[in-house]
Write a protein that binds this ligand. Structure first.
Ligand code: PLP
Length: 628
């Protein structure tokens, strides 16, 4: 557990079991030992159902536990502080818009009025549709830049008895709201997003502060209040929203933001607005590296309870100071709700040393065939290695390789000799310990599709083997993905390590190549799925939705194959039917129309139906597990 810090970032949902596999604890701290789910068994079960890797395994029970934990953290902070109103959260669907994720959140949160937040028109449409089965008191917060169509949708939502709140991101949106409201005869509930001066210094805070992209400045807020007064609509203004950025590192920064926002809330109240809600936005962070340090985007220094208690006590303090009734508190936590609920499982299909074949490293070059210069370098390198002179070995290795490449370019050295020299140099580097022995593990994955935040902003997630955790890993490696792109690799891991301890791939006992070696990317349930693209046409992974049974074991509730080659082609404007038809003509021309042509066409059409990732025989073996 400690090697991969599972004991730090894993609790309460992930641990290592006695079989050396990752064990998922679907009910968090309330999970009983017999209810723990062995992730490897889930992967085998999903494979036996025909799902190809990479595979996103979703655990709805974890989602439920996250929601309940957030709610109970606020409930207990409210109770212990004697706070005068309740907490009512919303889930920002941008964090993961997957239908099952949103539907589960609405269902699990309906007992405590949990609502949804949208930031665009399609998000609003999906939020309305999902909230049809939610609590009638749930909020529907409409954030993001808005045009007349977005505003009309939000107004119609109110007519349909959703508790939609149109949060003004820009001053001009007020005119659109007033105008559309009049035309439709619907009186809006309005919120406004304050541009706080409190600034979050991390990556995710770049849109916060006075120069931030979103929200209204103090002067703009005053003009909005004035205009609402002129239109006799001050009773419509009921919510104050702010969002200082994702991954708020510390409760002191959180408290700073809340003091400022709560003071604005009280001022709005003083100006006659019918204020009811303070919406503290998102930002409840995840301790990705388990360090609890809060000094990078990877970590936060507080617990869920400390977060909730800071929000409640700070709002209470400011409102009491201003003799303003305590508002209902809303939060828009996305990352904190969905990050833990899914694990991306993928496979390492091969490992190589410096991209070369390890077997050849000990082949000796034929010294007589080397040029005089190269032979001199060879002899000196050999002697330096015998004396264990590391620095000199590094220098002479370069020298020897350089001389040999020259000789090769001149046409005086055969490829076999060149390869043998490379192998000899690797051998010497290893022998004197100058090689860092970092292997490239080739993984059946696209970083761009499945871990886009690593590529885009250097976000680190815990990535570890999901089995063999009872064996000491002999090697260290970085992960090199399938794409033809030098950025398609993961060479930084939590703890800022450039490599990961990894196990040697072993032969499958049944023969037929290497046995499967599965890795998991954890805590990536937020944002990664929506951000990922189809670079190199590697599309969305397969998804298995796994529900724990309280008596033990698990059930795969749904198994959805990832995007096929045909689907990714279609996403780029190609028509798979046309591709097939065009190829059919070509086949007729060059293969004829007999059985051989039929076989070629079947190959094309089955490829269009398959996923673009590598299909490995070993990966599909060994179905079963104790799920049913
Ligand atoms: N609310 C707003 C307005 C946001 O922009 C975001 C995301 O950045 C969130 C909520 C969710 O934030 P988080 O995932 O940090 O909870």
């Amino acid at each position: 557990e400690t090697l991969y810090r599972v004991d730090r970032w894993g609790p309460p949902y992930f641990a290592v079991n006695s079989a050396g596999d990752i064990s998922v604890r679907p009910f968090g701290d309330d999970t009983l030992p017999h209810q723990e789910i062995d992730l490897l068994k889930v992967v085998k079960k999903a494979s036996s159902l025909g799902l190809q890797l990479p595979l996103v395994v979703r655990f709805p029970d974890v989602l439920r536990n996250r929601l309940e934990s957030i709610q109970s953290a606020f409930d207990s902070a409210i109770e212990s502080r004697g706070y005068g109103a309740h907490f009512q959260g919303v889930y920002p669907v941008k964090s993961n818009q997957d239908r099952f994720v949103v539907e589960d959140i609405v269902e699990f949160g309906s007992g405590f009025r949990f609502g949804l937040e949208s930031g665009s028109k399609p998000e609003l449409l999906l939020a309305m549709s999902c909230l049809c089965s939610g609590s009638p008191d749930a909020l529907l917060i409409c954030n993001g830049f808005k045009d007349a169509e977005y505003v009309s949708l939000a107004l119609v939502a109110k007519k349909l008895q959703f508790n939609s709140v149109i949060v003004l991101e820009e001053e001009d949106e007020l005119d659109v709201v007033i105008d559309a409201g009049r035309k439709l005869g619907i009186r809006p509930v309005i919120g406004l997003r304050a541009k706080l001066r409190t600034k979050h210094a991390g990556h995710f805070g770049s849109t916060s502060g006075e120069k931030g992209k979103f929200g209204l400045t103090t002067a703009q807020i005053l003009r909005v209040v004035k205009k609402l007064g002129q239109f006799e609509m001050l009773d419509c203004l009921q919510l104050l929203h702010f969002h200082v950025g994702s991954q708020i590192p510390s409760t002191s920064l959180l408290a700073d933001g809340i003091v400022e926002a709560a003071q604005i809330y009280c001022e709005l109240f003083r100006h006659g607005a019918a204020m009811q809600f303070i919406d503290v936005g998102g930002g409840l962070g995840i301790d990705y590296d388990g360090s609890r340090s809060g000094d990078s985007d990877m970590s936060v220094s507080y617990s869920l309870h400390e977060y909730a208690s800071t929000v409640v006590k700070t709002v209470a303090f400011v409102c009491d100071r201003n003799s303003v009734k305590h508002p209902m508190i809303c939060s828009e936590s996305g990352r904190a709700i969905v990050s833990h609920h899914s694990v991306l499982v993928f496979e390492a299909v091969s490992e190589s040393f410096n991209g070369d074949d390890k077997q050849k490293r000990t082949d000796s070059p034929c010294v007589e065939r080397l040029s005089d210069d190269a032979r001199a370098a060879y002899n000196s390198l050999y002697a330096a290695a015998m004396r264990n002179e590391r620095e000199r070995c590094v220098f002479l290795t370069d020298e020897l390789k350089g001389r040999c490449v020259e000789q090769f370019k001149e046409g005086n050295l055969e490829m076999e000799e060149l390869a043998a020299v490379d192998g000899f140099c690797d051998f010497i580097e290893n022998a004197v310990g100058v090689s860092d022995e970092i292997m490239a593990y080739h993984v059946n994955l696209s970083v761009f599709t499945s871990i886009p935040d690593f590529w885009g902003i250097g976000q680190l997630f815990p990535i570890i083997p999901i089995h063999r955790l009872d064996e000491k890993p002999e090697l260290r490696g970085f992960l090199s993905d399938l794409t033809c792109d030098s950025d398609g690799k993961i060479d930084k891991f939590i703890g800022s390590e450039a490599s990961l301890p990894l196990h040697k791939l072993v032969e499958d006992t049944g023969g037929g190549g290497a046995a499967a070696y599965y890795l998991g990317m954890f805590l990536g349930g937020a944002y990664e799925e929506a951000l990922g693209g189809i670079h190199n046409l590697f599309g969305r992974p397969s998804v298995a939705r796994v529900v724990a049974q309280s008596s033990g074991g698990f059930v795969v509730k749904s198994a959805v194959a990832g995007a096929s080659c045909g689907e990714v082609l279609r996403a780029m404007g190609h028509r798979p039917e046309t591709v097939l038809e065009t190829l059919r003509r070509r086949v007729e021309e060059f293969v004829g129309d007999g059985g051989a042509a039929g076989t070629v066409m079947e190959g094309f059409s089955s490829c269009l139906g398959n996923m673009p990732y590598l299909a490995r025989a070993a990966a599909m073996k060994g179905g079963g597990g104790d799920g049913d």
